[in-house]
Design a binder for this molecule. Structure first.
Ligand code: FAD
Length: 385
């Protein structure tokens, strides 16, 4: 088993870093539950929606589990490293910092071209099963022409920075409705505040044209602070810890399909607008779903050949859509409402009258129910010789 990661860890990453409680049993079963418990920020029990001068706070729903009720935030420099080290301890050969350049062949007989980023050494790995977990913000070399063609004014670019000394209430997720984008703020591990958000390409262009001296991240910070009183108050006495990081353009939508023989998890399978903070849930839960159908090498069974993989692919794609498509749709609706000042103002009126809608929204967005990969059990695999 090989794991290929192009960046050297630990590294910070563009992400709001809130892990929904639905993932905590999974993290525990992977052996990182205790570390998560020891390191993550305060339990997240409230959500605040902020727009312009206004804000509405509501309770978040507790997850439906006796031991894991509340989500928490943990920096990706810590979480991703914990998971990678568990994979190594479980026997994966880790290639890092190496990049997958291309994936050739067919299910059952793949050839993956890898390149070491520090030495440019190249290597070809043979594999029966390939799982694409490369996210959606960095193109595989083979995807670049398609992505270049798809550029548009409505593309979203993502930004994130950490702050010390910010006046953000502990235990609450702040969701920001901004003119031409949206964002979030939360207190994560070590009392550090994470501020992350997305902005349309055309809006970012306007901001940069209006303030040519500012870097993109600084322009985005000014946009957040000027457009939202809550962000202004939170960051007034704060100090940025490290640079603004950027990623994108985002690629929201379903990419999971059963055509090319490659299994996809996380953003590579489908990306939700991050306004619900469910992307890591979908990454972890889709990985668990796929593991529940792939026969485990550790149990001495042969890996499925191309034909068997085609069947598993179809079943995985169906299960993936059933589990995650509703979250994608809800996130897209919320994001498009939040990005437009008029619809966001209407939403604020509604939630001021009925704050429980935010609680309901979190429930509909997957914050309560645990992913149960059980029903996808694989057909009986052949014993290896
Ligand atoms: C602004 C913002 C805020 C967000 N907030 C939250 C939140 O609060 N909670 C939440 O759950 N989700 C949030 N998300 C979503 C979340 O960050 C993603 O959905 C999640 O990281 C997807 O995980 P992934 O493993 O699929 O991809 P990624 O986390 O993007 O990981 C992909 C990895 O693949 C590596 N890689 C890429 N290409 C190659 C290659 N060719 N070869 C080798 N390695 C490669 C990359 O280096 C990277 O480490 C947010 C996203 C944004 C943009």
């Amino acid at each position: 088993m090989a794991l290929v990661e192009r960046q050297r860890f630990p590294r910070r990453k563009v992400c709001g870093e809130c892990i929904a409680a639905t993932n905590l049993p999974l993290l525990a079963s992977l052996g990182v539950g205790e570390a998560f418990k020891a390191l993550a920020g305060p339990e997240l029990r409230r959500v605040t929606l902020l727009q312009g001068e206004r804000s509405v706070t509501a309770e978040l729903p507790a997850a439906d589990h006796a031991d894991f009720r509340w989500g928490r935030a943990l920096g990706r420099e810590t979480l991703d490293n914990l998971l990678l080290e568990r994979a190594r301890a479980a026997g994966a050969s880790v290639f890092q910092p190496w990049a997958v350049q291309s994936i050739l062949g067919a299910a059952g007989a793949w050839h993956c071209e890898l390149r070491a980023l520090e030495t440019s050494v190249r290597l070809r790995l043979r594999a029966s099963v390939v799982i694409d977990a490369h996210g959606s913000w960095e193109d595989l070399p083979t995807d670049r022409p398609r992505r270049r063609l798809a550029r548009g004014a409505a593309d979203l670019f993502a930004f994130k920075a950490n702050f010390t000394g910010a006046a953000v209430p502990e235990g609450a997720i702040s969701v920001l409705a901004l003119d031409g984008g949206y964002g979030g703020m939360v207190v994560a591990d070590g009392g550090i505040t994470t501020v992350a958000g997305c902005i349309r390409r055309d809006r970012l262009g306007q901001l940069r044209a209006a303030s040519p001296g500012l870097r993109a991240g600084e322009a985005v910070q000014a946009w957040m602070q000027q457009g939202c009183a809550g962000v202004h108050a939170a960051l007034k006495g704060a100090e940025r810890d490290g640079p603004w990081l950027t990623a994108g353009p985002l690629d929201p939508g379903m990419h999971v399909q059963a055509r090319d023989g490659i299994f996809r998890i996380g953003n590579a399978a489908g990306e939700a607008h991050p306004i619900l903070g469910e992307g890591m849930s979908m990454a972890l839960q889709s990985a668990a779903m796929l593991c529940s159908i792939l026969p485990a090498r550790a149990h001495g069974v042969a890996l499925p050949d191309g034909r068997a993989q085609a069947d598993l692919q179809r079943r995985y794609a169906v299960a993936w859509r059933g589990a995650f498509a509703p979250r994608l749709r809800l996130a897209a609706t919320f994001a498009h409402v939040a990005m437009r000042p008029r619809s966001a103002a209407v939403l604020m009126h509604v939630v001021q009258a009925w704050p429980g809608l935010l609680t309901r929204g979190a429930r509909w967005g997957g914050k309560v129910r645990f992913a149960e990969p059980g029903p996808m059990s694989a057909p009986q695999p052949a014993r290896s010789g």
